[in-house]
Write a protein that binds this ligand. Structure first.
Ligand code: SAH
Length: 248
């Protein structure tokens, strides 16, 4: 049970595995006005940057669950580095059915809503760990501009145009599920670049160090094709944001 290795090659330098910059992640933490001691559960917590920095900046406590051994180790190291290892814990495991033993104040899933087969199922999963009046954070793509055809949608790694909605429609969908949308922090093209373009140097450095690795041809192909694909497709059409929801 682990994340395929290509992800850890691509995102080897990333602390945040989504298109928010550290400043945007910090803005989200500030926007939520979390009192000290707020308990946070983060499903698919990646390298733990949200929990670790919010533990440092807002004295939250938290648990992260992630399927990647590499990212989970990085998260634990980051907690030690920031001096918050007594407040946050990182568990290696499958988050898809994960429910907290005791309901918590904030439950998050940023950039991994496939763990609940989409944002609706993920909202349902998260709600099972949430105390009444708690905050749910969902990080999800939307169409910045709706792609003109299915090929363009596929080039954005969507299966179809219908996979995502435009921003007002996504907000409407969250409301249809019975939530108030109470905050949001959105990526923009520059913050997308920090996530996507930052992967290219990782790929190149890895290739230089591992020319004979069995994955070298795949990584070479990705490094060659990815920058133009990203510029043509994802950068133009795909938005991404974290939405804070409260059950009505
Ligand atoms: N939320 C983090 C990571 C987002 S990237 C951040 O925003 O930085 C997606 C993450 O989902 C990766 O860390 C990957 O290891 C994790 N993941 C994928 N499938 C998972 C599953 N079934 N259970 C737990 N984590 C999963």
């Amino acid at each position: 049970m682990d994340l395929p290795r290509i992800f850890t090659i691509r995102e080897s330098s990333h602390r945040i595995h989504n298109p928010l910059t550290p400043a945007k992640l910090a803005a989200l933490g500030e926007a939520l006005h979390l009192p000290p001691g707020t308990q946070v559960l983060d499903l698919a917590s990646g390298s733990g940057e949200m929990l670790c920095t919010w533990a440092r900046d807002h004295a939250i406590t938290g648990t992260g669950v992630d399927i990647s051994t590499v990212f989970t180790e990085q998260a634990r190291a980051r907690a030690r580095e920031l001096g918050v290892a007594d407040r946050v814990e990182f568990v290696h495991g499958d988050a898809s059915g994960h429910v907290a033993d005791q309901p918590v104040d904030v439950v998050a899933c940023l950039g991994a809503t496939w763990i609940g087969n989409g944002f609706a199922g993920t909202a349902e999963l998260l709600s099972r760990s949430l105390c009444p009046g708690g905050l749910m954070l969902i990080g999800e793509p939307y169409w910045r501009r709706t792609p003109p055809d299915e090929d363009t949608a596929k080039a954005c790694h969507a299966a179809a145009v219908d996979d995502f909605h435009e921003l007002p429609d996504l907000i409407g969908k969250f409301q249809d599920l019975g939530h108030d949308v109470v905050e949001m922090v959105l990526a923009d093209q520059d913050s997308w670049d920090r996530y996507a373009a930052a992967q290219w140097l990782n790929l190149r450095r890895w290739l230089d160090r591992n020319p004979d690795d069995e994955m070298a041809p795949e990584v070479r192909e990705e490094l060659t094709s990815e920058p133009a694909r990203y510029a043509r497709s994802t950068r133009e059409y795909l938005g991404w944001g974290v939405f804070a929801l409260m059950k009505r």
